[in-house]
Design a protein around this ligand. Structure first.
Ligand SMILES: CN1c2c(nc(N)[nH]c2=O)NC[C@@H]1CNc1ccc(C(=O)N[C@@H](CCC(=O)N[C@@H](CCC(=O)N[C@@H](CCC(=O)O)C(=O)O)C(=O)O)C(=O)O)cc1
Ligand SMILES: N[C@@H](CCS)C(=O)O
Ligand SMILES: [Zn+2]
Length: 757
């Protein structure tokens, strides 16, 4: 029997119930018991939903109040010593403290989960690391589901992925700790078996990466040690094909292997022979990373190839990866036009697709034939729809020349002209763009959307917020100001709403980190800009002050990366279309007298292919797309860019290739470690290393910022350093913002007065 399986379901709830409950708990407006009850309600609802969708293998421990890596670290006892005071606290509070920091203990680092817009908490380990089985949440969730009559397959982050994504401040190679970690995994697997789990899903997405020999050996060691434990192990990898790791994965003594056949379709043929027939093969046929409805007739053909080779007995059909990266339920999108809606599937609908495929493998019925026909017709209509193609966009793209991607003069010449124009002090201070998106701002936007606030009242409200923010920045003594981004719901969605070729959802929320969610727009057709998108707000903000106000745009790669992207043309083609739209906006901002324009590209690194061999081609087009967007301006117009919450060391060439006059970059959580890469690489342009970790409610002192900047000035010449937070301030509250920016300006001033080293 081909069985239908799932690897993980979004935990936030269709109405972001989890977000609201956790944030209420943090504010003291909800008790721990109530919060836990809401978590349990969501788990129950999601298990039942999967059962109703016809899924045979349902995951547990895919739920988390904050992040699954953080949970795994706590389960394994990898709690950094600075949180020792919370050793006896409720594990929930310990987790939140680790993720968000406390007055006494800075938060743990956070970074991107592979090539997604999901951020995980980076486990911290050290040479004297001891692990212990602590707070066995995975066991509790198996028990909880069983009490509801649902047998689940719990999900664990595998030991090699856990260690390879961990960091040690003392230089310890995390994989060297494997011997100490494995007994804890053995203990945990046994506990899960005792609780009735017959199978455990072990996620080892590092198998999608180029693996050094040490990692390959570690995988062999780990799974040799875990193989004889009672639960059968389903080893999963995703986000890319296994490629040359397929033989390694197939050789590990696990009872099942999952393949991402959306990103790694080429793995299927070799896997059909390499994976022994007594193992279960899980076929990740439904795309867990995008929202397009599958053409189930085509997908069924792939499944039939596998059945023909191995028989149906030990086969599972599944999404390519956890559905964490998809919105929950398309049926809530009542405002989407019917044609477009017919092209889409969210998490719930994807599980229905999985179930149809598994049933179709055993012969068809009228209902199944209808489902296959519907899916086929929707795919055909999307491919041939006139809505997806715009001749003018194609013609303009075809006429782009290399010189369109080049500024008029080299940086050194531009810099002289910009210095003369702006006359900034050393260590100029600025922020990244957004200021607090307070409840009032969100309420006003919601009222405007509902029609309860008219255009004039909404505009007056936003103008007042913008003016207040300009005055606050002047009072704080910042040198380069921003307008605050109050008119934006999100830095990508806002642009998507104004561009042709984009659709957006009402409730298509996807978790980004902790309680923070995003609604990625859907790029279904050729992209163009019918009218200026930001000029009026930037012009208004600049009219309020003599200090420079940065124009604020999101770059083409980030708009691409944080949207659901059409799959009927290369991503690069879509990216260049967006770049042309942003280029027009840049030109219009300059024409409106805006002298500094920031083009944010926080997702440049995130889009980097997981395999080294694919990276150069991506970086070429991604850098070109940015340059195409940024290049039309005069030398005296200063182009800024911004990046955050990713590992940038391996894309230094590309960052320099952007040729932005100034880059602001997140560095504070990693203690400025990144700057070594900028120094070694001799990064040529100006840099603002973040000195305030804005993802934590903790307000750093001026002394801490001075220490970070002193460290920075050892790596980067002083006259090229800017002073700014790690990222935008939209998630923070005004009192924290005022206090931290005051400290930041004071740190910059004390460095200005300090003697140059
Ligand atoms: C910089 N980051 C971003 C990423 N991806 C993006 N697409 N955008 C980003 O900014 N990836 C990397 C990082 C991740 N960081 C963040 C930081 C903050 C958020 C965040 O705050 N998300 C908000 C939702 C933002 C939004 O879309 N707001 C809308 C809708 C607000 C809303 O909830 N409205 C309610 C009604 C409100 C009321 O009446 O009180 C409703 O519609 O029901 C808006 O402002 O209009 C979040 O709340 O999680 C995300 C990623
Ligand atoms: N300008 C954006 C960048 C976030 S990465 C902001 O300040 O929120
Ligand atoms: Zn940022």
């Amino acid at each position: 029997m081909v069985r239908s399986a799932n690897l993980g379901f979004p935990r936030i709830g269709a109405r972001r119930e989890l977000k609201h409950a956790v944030e209420a708990y943090w504010k003291g407006e909800c008790s721990a018991d109530r919060l836990k009850a809401i978590g349990a309600e969501l788990r129950t609802r999601h298990w039942q939903l999967q059962q109703d969708a016809g899924i045979d293998v349902i995951p547990s421990n895919d739920f988390s109040f904050y992040d699954q890596m953080l949970d795994m670290a706590v389960t394994l006892g990898a709690v950094p010593p600075r949180f020792a005071a919370l050793a006896d606290a409720d594990p929930l509070d310990l987790r939140f403290a680790m993720a968000r920091g406390t007055d006494d203990a800075p938060a743990m680092e956070m970074t991107k989960w592979f090539d997604t817009n999901y951020h995980y908490i980076v486990p911290e380990v050290s040479a004297d690391q001891r692990f212990e089985l602590r707070d066995p949440k995975p066991v509790a969730e198996v028990r909880e589901a069983r009490a509801l009559g649902i047998q689940t397959r719990p999900v664990l982050i595998g030991p090699i992925t856990f260690l390879m994504l961990s960091k040690a401040q003392d230089g310890t190679a995390p994989l060297s700790l494997l011997g100490r970690l494995l007994p804890i995994y053995r203990q945990l697997l046994n506990r899960l078996a005792d609780e009735g789990a017959e199978w455990v899903q072990v996620d080892e997405p590092v198998l999608a990466l180029d693996l050094p020999a040490s990692a390959q050996d570690a995988l062999r060691t780990a799974y040799a040690a875990l193989a004889d434990e009672r639960p059968a192990l389903m080893l999963t990898s995703y986000f890319e094909g296994l490629g040359d790791n397929l033989a390694l994965a197939a050789g590990l003594p696990v009872a099942g292997l999952h393949l991402d056949l959306v990103r790694g379709a080429q793995d299927l043929t070799p896997a059909l022979t390499l994976v022994d027939r007594d193992r279960v093969l899980s076929l990740g046929l439904i795309d867990g990373r995008n929202i397009w409805r599958a053409n189930l007739r085509d997908t069924l053909k792939t499944l039939q190839v596998a059945i023909a080779a191995r028989g149906p007995e030990r086969l599972q059909v599944a999404p390519s990866c956890s559905l964490l990266h998809c919105p929950v339920d398309l049926t809530r999108e009542t405002e989407l036009d019917a044609e477009l809606r017919g092209w889409l599937a969210f998490a719930k609908q994807k599980l229905e697709e999985v179930a149809v495929l598994a049933r179709a493998a055993h012969g068809t019925s009228t209902a199944i034939e209808d489902a296959l026909d519907d899916a086929h017709m929707a795919a055909t209509r999307r491919r041939t729809s006139a809505r997806t193609h715009d001749r003018a966009v194609a013609d303009r793209l075809a006429s782009v020349q290399t010189r369109d991607m080049e500024r008029r003069s080299p940086f050194a010449e531009r810099r002289v002209k910009q210095q003369a124009r702006f006359d900034l002090p050393p260590f100029p201070t600025t922020t990244i763009g957004s200021f607090p998106q307070t409840r009032e701002v969100r309420k006003a936007r919601a009222a405007h959307r509902r029609g309860d606030m008219d255009d004039a009242a909404y505009e007056a409200f936003l103008k007042a917020e913008t003016e207040r923010t300009i005055r606050a920045q002047e009072d704080l003594g910042l040198d380069v100001l921003v307008h605050g981004e109050f008119e934006r719901n999100d830095m990508v969605e806002y642009f998507g709403e104004q561009l042709n070729g984009f659709a957006f959802t009402r409730a298509g929320w996807v978790q980004s980190y902790g309680t923070r969610c995003v609604k990625p727009p859907i790029i279904y057709g050729d992209v163009s800009r019918p009218a200026p998108m930001t000029v009026a707000w930037s012009r208004y903000a600049q009219s309020l002050t003599d200090r420079p106000v940065k124009g604020m745009l999101t770059g083409p790669v980030t708009i691409l990366q944080w949207s659901f992207v059409r799959d009927d043309q290369p991503r690069s083609a879509t990216c260049f279309q967006i770049a042309l739209a942003i280029r027009d906006e840049v030109a219009d901002l300059e024409a409106a007298g805006i002298g500094m324009i920031q083009i944010d590209e926080p997702a440049l690194r995130e889009g980097l292919p997981l395999r080294t061999a694919d990276r150069a081609a991506y970086l070429d087009w991604a850098v070109d797309a940015f340059r195409l967007a940024a290049a039309p301006v005069a030398d005296a117009t200063q182009i800024h860019t911004h990046m955050c919450y990713a590992e940038f060391n391996d894309i230094m060439d590309a960052i320099a290739g952007l040729d932005a006059d100034v880059i602001s970059i997140e560095t504070s959580r990693s203690h400025m470690a990144l700057l070594d890469a900028f120094a070694v690489f001799a990064y040529p342009n100006d840099i603002g290393p973040g000195v305030w970790d804005i993802h934590s409610p903790r307000v750093p002192s001026s002394d801490e910022m001075v220490a970070l900047l002193t460290k920075a000035s050892a790596a980067i010449p002083r006259d090229r350093l800017w002073v700014n937070p790690d990222c935008g301030l939209k998630t923070r509250a005004w009192p924290e913002v005022a206090a931290a920016l005051k400290a930041m300006v004071s740190a910059a001033r004390s460095l200005r007065h300090a003697k140059a080293a």
